[in-house]
Design a protein around this ligand. Structure first.
Ligand code: MSP
Length: 656
C-alpha cells in the first residue's frame, strides 16, 4: 500500500440550495470515472466530494421555507432523493464527503482565517460595491457587464459594510506566472480568459467577510463577521484531509491534490483566489485545476428558475445508471460545453450500447453457448483475418490510457468503441454460423473466432469499468473472466482469458429504447416539473363588478412603438415615453415604472396603450394615455411586466 502512487481528486462541493440536476451530476460522474480509472491502474486514490452549505442564499431560502438554515440544508443533503441519495444511485465511489457545516471544518476555517490575518494578508476595511446573491460574488462597478453580474447576468445589489479583505493584489504576479508558465490550469483556453479578463485589468483585494447575515463560519476574533463563503468552501479540499483538525490525518499523505475538477464558471475562484490563498498560507498548490464545460439545454444554462433543469433521477431510473453515466462522458468533450437532449441520450444508448456493445456481447455469448455448450475447446486455428482485430485490441489499453491521462473521456471511449465496432465487423467477416455447419472441419477455426471476440469483450469491459462499473462487471461475468484477467495489467495482455473459460448467458444489458415513446414520456415529465417550478403568484383579486360591453368598446387600446424613453427629472418613479401611435404625431405618456425598467431597455419595443384617456399632468408634464402592464406580487415583492407586442405589429394597430 505504501508504495502505491497517490492520487487525490475532488469535485466542487455543491450548494444545497436546490436539488441537483444533470449538470451537477455530469461533474461528479466525470470525477468518479477518473477516480475509478486511477484505482484500476493501481493508484491509492482519495476522491472527495461534499456540500458547500453556508452563505446568504441558503439563509434566505431557509427563511422562505420557514425552517432553520441547518434544517434546510440537511433536507437537501441527506433527505429523500437528496444529494447523498443521488450519489448512491449514480454509483459514485467517493471516499469522503465533507459538509462545510461539519464542526471540524468550521473550526479549521477559523484557524486558517486567523493565520492569514496574523500574517497581515487579511486586513480590516470597508466594503463598498456590488454583490451577486445567487453567485455569492462581490464585484466592483468596472467588473459588471451591462450593470449585471458578469458570471450569471443577473442583477447585483449595492453592498456597503465593514469587512475584512484578503490581499489578493499582492499575489497577482505570482498567480499570473503560475497560469502562464505551468500546466496548472487546463484546458489552456481558460488561461487566457483568466489572465486577460481578471488579472491584467488589475486584481483588487478580495472582501472575505460579511456582517449583513449570520449563516457562515464566524470570525472568532471579531464577532458579527462571518467568513466569505468561498474562503470557507475552497479550504474544504484541505480540511477534509485533516488540516487544522483531528477528524482526519492524511493531509501529508494526499496534499497537494492531483486535480480539482470544476465547472467553467468557478475556474476564477480555483485558479486565482485559491492559489493566492494557499501562497499566503505557505501551502503547496494543487497540481491541476481542470475547468470543464457546461451541459446546456436548448443552448442555454439549466436553471431551476427557468424550470428547465433535467432530473438525473428520472433519467437513471428510466434508462439505467450506467447508460446515463456512459452517455455523459461519451457524448460531450469534457473541456467544452455540450447540448443535452433526450434524443441524444437515447441515440447514444441505442447505437453504442444496444447495437454495438450489447449486440457483440449477446451474439458472442449465445454463439459460444450454442456451438460449444458454453466452454471453448483448447484447439485453435488462426487466420490472417484475425490480425487487424487482434492488433487493435492488443494496443487498446495504451491508446485509452493516453486519452484518460489527459482527461479526454470522450476520446478514450471512442478508442474502445472502435474495437467493439471492429469486432462486430469481424463476426460478419467470419460468419460463425457458416463455420458451425461443419464442426469437424471448422471447429478449431470457430473456437478461435469466438476466443477473439471474448478477448475483445474482456479488454473493452475492463476499460469501460470506470464508466459503467456494474455493466462491465456483468460482461466480465458472462464471458467467464476471472479476477486475474479482469484487472488493469491483463488489459494490456491479449490472450489473458483462459482458453477454456466458461461462458454464461445473462440478461440483455442494454435493451433498445423506443425513442419516440421515451421522448414523449420525458417531455410530459419535464412539462409537469416546469409547472411545479413556477413561483406561486399572489394575484390581485378579480373584480366582481361587471362592465357593460358598450362601455368596454369605448376603450381604445393601440399598439405603440417606443421612439424615446427617459427618466423624469426629480422623480424616481416616472418614465417619460415618446411614442409612435400610428397617427404621425408623437404621443407622450408618463408611466410609474422606473423601478422595473431602465429607459434604454424599452426603446424600439412595441407596447400596448390605452390612448383615449383624458390627458393628465404629472410632475408638470402631460401624459396622454396609459401603458398596459401585468402586475403581481412574488414573495411579498411587487413585480411588473409591460405588455410587449410582436414587433411585426404596426404602430396604431387597434386591439380588440
Ligand atoms: N459551491 C460552489 C463550489 C465550491 S468548490 C470549493 C458551486 N456549487 S454549485 O452547486 O453551484 O455547482 C457545483 C458544480 O456544478 C460547479 O462546478 C458547476 O460548474 C457545476 N454545474 C452546475 N451546472 C452545470 C451544468 N449545467 N453543466 C455542467 N456543470 C455544471 O459552484
Amino acid at each position: 500500500m505504501e508504495n502505491k502512487k497517490r492520487f487525490y481528486i475532488t469535485t466542487p462541493i455543491y450548494y444545497p440550495s436546490d436539488k441537483l440536476h444533470i449538470g451537477h451530476t455530469y461533474c461528479t460522474v466525470a470525477t468518479d470515472a477518473m477516480a475509478r480509472y486511477k484505482r484500476l491502474t493501481g493508484c491509492d486514490v482519495l476522491f472527495l466530494t461534499g456540500t458547500d452549505e453556508h452563505g446568504q442564499k441558503i439563509e434566505d431560502k431557509a427563511r422562505d421555507a420557514g425552517v432553520s438554515p441547518q434544517q434546510f440544508v440537511d433536507n437537501i443533503v441527506q433527505g429523500e432523493r437528496g444529494i447523498l441519495d443521488l450519489w448512491k444511485l449514480m454509483n459514485i465511489s467517493n471516499d469522503r464527503f465533507i459538509r462545510t457545516t461539519d464542526d471540524y471544518h468550521v473550526s479549521a476555517i477559523q484557524k486558517i482565517f486567523k493565520k492569514m490575518y496574523e500574517k497581515g494578508d487579511i486586513y480590516k476595511g470597508a466594503y463598498k460595491g456590488k454583490y451577486c446573491k445567487p453567485c455569492e460574488s462581490f464585484w466592483t462597478e468596472s467588473q459588471l457587464v451591462d450593470g449585471k453580474c458578469p458570471d450569471c447576468g443577473r442583477p447585483v445589489e449595492d453592498a456597503e459594510e465593514e469587512a475584512y479583505f484578503f490581499k489578493l493584489s499582492k499575489y497577482a504576479d505570482k498567480v499570473q506566472d503560475l497560469l502562464e508558465n505551468t500546466d496548472f490550469l487546463e484546458p489552456k483556453s481558460r488561461v487566457n480568459e483568466m489572465v486577460n479578463n481578471f488579472i491584467k485589468p488589475g486584481l483588487e483585494d478580495l472582501c472575505v467577510s460579511r456582517t449583513s447575515f449570520t449563516w457562515g463560519v464566524p470570525v472568532d476574533f471579531d464577532p458579527g463577521h462571518v467568513v466569505y463563503v468561498w474562503v470557507d468552501a475552497l479550504f474544504n479540499y484541505t480540511t477534509a484531509l485533516g488540516l487544522f483538525n483531528d477528524r482526519y490525518d492524511d493531509y501529508d499523505k494526499y496534499w497537494p491534490a492531483d486535480v480539482h475538477f470544476v465547472g467553467k464558471e468557478i475556474v476564477r475562484f480555483h485558479s486565482i483566489i485559491w492559489p493566492a490563498m494557499l501562497m499566503s498560507m505557505e501551502m503547496p498548490l494543487p497540481k491541476k485545476v481542470f475547468g470543464h464545460g457546461w451541459l446546456l439545454l436548448d443552448g442555454g444554462k439549466m436553471s431551476k428558475s427557468k424550470g428547465n433543469v433535467v432530473d438525473p433521477y428520472v433519467l437513471a431510473e428510466k434508462f439505467g445508471v450506467d447508460a446515463l453515466r456512459f452517455f455523459l462522458l461519451r457524448t460531450f468533450p469534457f473541456g467544452s460545453d455540450g447540448n443535452f437532449s433526450n434524443e441524444a441520450l437515447i441515440g447514444t444508448i441505442n447505437v453504442d450500447l444496444a447495437n454495438d456493445l450489447g449486440n457483440l456481447l449477446s451474439r458472442t455469448v449465445s454463439m459460444v453457448g450454442k456451438y460449444f455448450d458454453g466452454q471453448l475447446p483448447a484447439a485453435r486455428k488462426e487466420d490472417a483475418l484475425d490480425d487487424e482485430l487482434v492488433t487493435m485490441a492488443s494496443g487498446l489499453r495504451g491508446r485509452y490510457e493516453e486519452q484518460m491521462e489527459h482527461y479526454a473521456f470522450q476520446n478514450a471511449l471512442a478508442e474502445v468503441f472502435k474495437v467493439i465496432g471492429r469486432a462486430n465487423k469481424y463476426i460478419d467477416e467470419n460468419a460463425p454460423w457458416a463455420l458451425a455447419k461443419d464442426m469437424d472441419a471448422n471447429g478449431d477455426r470457430l473456437a478461435t473466432v469466438m476466443y477473439n471476440l471474448l478477448e475483445c469483450l474482456r479488454i473493452s469491459a475492463i476499460l469501460l469499468s470506470p464508466f459503467m462499473p456494474a455493466s462491465s462487471a456483468e460482461i466480465l461475468r458472462q464471458i467467464g473472466a476471472c479476477g486475474c484477467c479482469s484487472n488493469w495489467d491483463s488489459a494490456a495482455v491479449y490472450g489473458s482469458l483462459r482458453a477454456d473459460a466458461v461462458v454464461v448467458r445473462g440478461d440483455n444489458l442494454f435493451p433498445r429504447i423506443d425513442a419516440e415513446k421515451a421522448v414523449a414520456e420525458l417531455e410530459a415529465i419535464a412539462e409537469q416539473a416546469k409547472k411545479a417550478a413556477l413561483p406561486a403568484l399572489e394575484l390581485e383579486p378579480q373584480l366582481e363588478e361587471k362592465v357593460d360591453f358598450d362601455t368596454f368598446c369605448k376603450s381604445d387600446f393601440r399598439a405603440v412603438k417606443v421612439k424615446a424613453c427617459e427618466n423624469v427629472k426629480k422623480s424616481d418613479k416616472l418614465l417619460k415615453f415618446t411614442l409612435d401611435d400610428g397617427t404621425g404625431v408623437d404621443r407622450q405618456i408618463l408611466s410609474g415604472i422606473a423601478k422595473f425598467y431602465k429607459p434604454e431597455e424599452l426603446v424600439g419595443k412595441t407596447l400596448m396603450a390605452i390612448v383615449n384617456l383624458p390627458a393628465r399632468k404629472m410632475m408638470g408634464q402631460e401624459s396622454c394615455g396609459m401603458l398596459i402592464s401585468a402586475v403581481h406580487t412574488e414573495k411579498g415583492e411587487e413585480k411588473l411586466n409591460l405588455l410587449m407586442l410582436d414587433d411585426k405589429i404596426p404602430a396604431g394597430a387597434k386591439m380588440c
